[in-house]
Ligand binder design. Structure first.
Ligand SMILES: Cc1ncc(COP(=O)(O)O)c(C=O)c1O
Length: 500
């Protein structure tokens, strides 16, 4: 590691940062770590994006793989805090953060420290098959990184690799629990064990999961069956006949449409009940419901806590599983560690999936959802201890620096600024909404939204799209009011340009 520090320019830069950071932590300074993390004050744009070096690299990559989704190549050595550098020397304020997956920004000193510690060396060097051969520090790492931030009422966690993989196995846990209940906990029959190997009943029962239109849960086959955002994800792929219900379509501003929105959500809850009845009757029993606390990829669609309470009550009444997918909404972005904590549910969810800002995939679950046999929820790695070691640091920083409070303060400021902009540009912006820094605003159409994203990028702000015509904000947990000001100044410029 010392040799690496000598040759890698990142480490030359970082050594100073880590020292500053250590001093900052030891003096108990209330500054956010980002203030000592080499962040530039403003963006710096020197070329169009993608610039010439990015274009050349995209050409080279195209010889190897599909580059249809590649925007530009990045210079991670020179990216710091909330600022992302590209290979052409542009430095952008990043409000999209690797598709919402950077809790502490780029090159955070606490993370670099963790990678540099000799006692962590073997964690990063070896990748064990964790489900079979876990290392001695695995239990304490799980406790520090994952159990210390457990959703209220949950005490069990299973690590996985990515978001889709977590959803996939979360769904399996629900099906397995449902069938275990059907058998009253008895062992499966020989016929069941034989028939499941060739995809036949009774061992492969025709169970279903109810999901919501415009929801997104990943691209593996089980998760994809619950994903209903873009055709691009689903075309040409065989899908099971699983029930889909529309997500409530709330009218904004919320405070002026309370009665109408309440009626809309009650209607959707009725539709959920009807759909479950319909599928139960046609021999495709519903074993569970999957939902995001905020539909993210599908357009940042919100529903009220009463709606989620209603869903939880339906699942409890019918004794079916309730999976809350927090892959994008978890890890503090809404001002609480888990978004569903805002809902005051009558009972905790049965399964809560996570990934993205948590750095590892996985899911929390109620004890009754853990299968009796080993290997039923399993793969070779079941996660990566290196990522858990990094998450330990992330969780420590979140707690030490009260980052959930920071998210609340910055989120309120961001939303109130978006509302002001919406008043200033009524024909262009609508439905400003958000919880914490998970904020969004709509445009009249995708073309206008995409034009604004392009103009913003030229001014040094990297943002992302979702849904049909939505601009979404997915900054780090270290995002502050000063970054909001910097963004708003440029947003105002761009909107006045678009208005002409
Ligand atoms: C709510 C939700 N679930 C699941 C996924 C899938 O995660 P991954 O892309 O890591 O497979 C995503 C990804 O955006 C997501 O937003």
């Amino acid at each position: 590691m010392l040799a690496a520090r000598r040759i890698n320019p990142l480490f030359r830069n970082i050594e100073k940062t880590v020292k500053n950071y250590d001093r900052h932590v030891s003096t108990g300074s209330s500054l956010l770590s980002m203030d000592v993390a080499n962040e530039p004050d403003v963006p710096k744009m020197v070329t169009d994006i993608p610039g010439p070096k990015s274009k050349q690299l995209i050409k080279e990559l195209a010889q190897i793989q599909n580059v249809g989704a590649v925007h530009f190549f990045c210079d991670y050595d020179n990216s710091h805090g909330n600022y992302l550098a590209d290979v052409d020397g542009n430095v952008m304020l990043d409000l999209y953060t690797q598709i919402s997956s950077l809790p502490l920004g780029y090159n955070h000193p606490a993370i670099i420290n963790a990678v540099s510690k000799p006692e962590n060396l073997s964690t990063f060097v070896n990748r064990p098959a964790l489900g079979v051969y876990p290392p001695a520090d695995w239990v304490s790492r799980l406790q520090n990184a994952l159990l210390s931030v457990c959703p209220p009422g949950m005490t069990k966690v299973q690590t996985m690799a990515c978001g889709a993989c977590s959803v996939e196995h979360g769904l399996k846990a629900i099906f397995i629990k449902y069938m275990n209940d059907q058998r009253s906990g008895e062992a499966p029959s020989m016929e069941e064990m034989d028939s499941c190997r060739v995809n036949k009943a009774p061992g492969s029962p025709p169970l279903t999961i109810l999901s919501f239109d415009n929801g997104f849960h990943g691209r593996t086959m089980g998760a994809l069956a619950c994903t209903h955002s873009k055709w691009l994800h689903k075309l040409d792929l065989p899908q099971p006949d699983w029930p889909v219900v529309r997500f409530p379509d709330l009218k904004y501003p919320l405070e002026c449409n309370t009665a109408e929105n309440k009626a809309e959500e009650s209607k959707v809850l009725e539709e959920v009940e009807d759909k479950i009845e319909e599928y139960n009757k046609k021999g495709l029993p519903v074993a569970g419901i999957i939902i995001e606390p905020v539909q993210c990829e599908g357009g940042d669609n919100f529903a009220s806590k009463e709606f989620f309470q209603g869903l939880r009550d339906i699942t409890n009444k019918r004794k079916i599983g309730f999976l809350v997918d927090e892959v994008q909404t978890g890890c503090g972005v809404t001002g609480k560690f888990w978004a569903h904590e805002h809902f005051n549910l009558t009972d905790t969810p049965d399964v809560v999936t996570f990934s993205k800002k948590m750095l590892t995939g996985g899911f929390y679950q109620k004890e009754s959802f853990i299968p009796k046999e080993g290997y039923r929820i399993f793969n070779t790695w079941v996660g990566d201890p290196g990522k858990i070691a990094l998450l330990e640091e992330v969780v420590k920083v979140i707690k030490e620096e009260n980052l959930l409070d920071n998210v609340k303060v910055t989120g309120n400021y961001l939303l109130s600024n978006l509302e002001q902009m919406q008043t200033k540009y009524p024909g262009i912006l609508s439905k400003a909404r958000g919880l914490g820094t998970l904020c969004a605003v709509d445009f009249p159409d995708a073309a206008t939204r995409d034009k604004v994203i392009g103009y913003l990028r030229a001014k040094g702000v990297h943002t992302g799209a979702c849904g049909e015509a939505t601009l979404r904000f997915r900054p780090t947990l270290l995002f502050q009011n000063k970054h909001v000001d910097l963004f708003m100044e440029r947003f105002d410029d761009v909107l006045s340009q678009v208005k002409k």
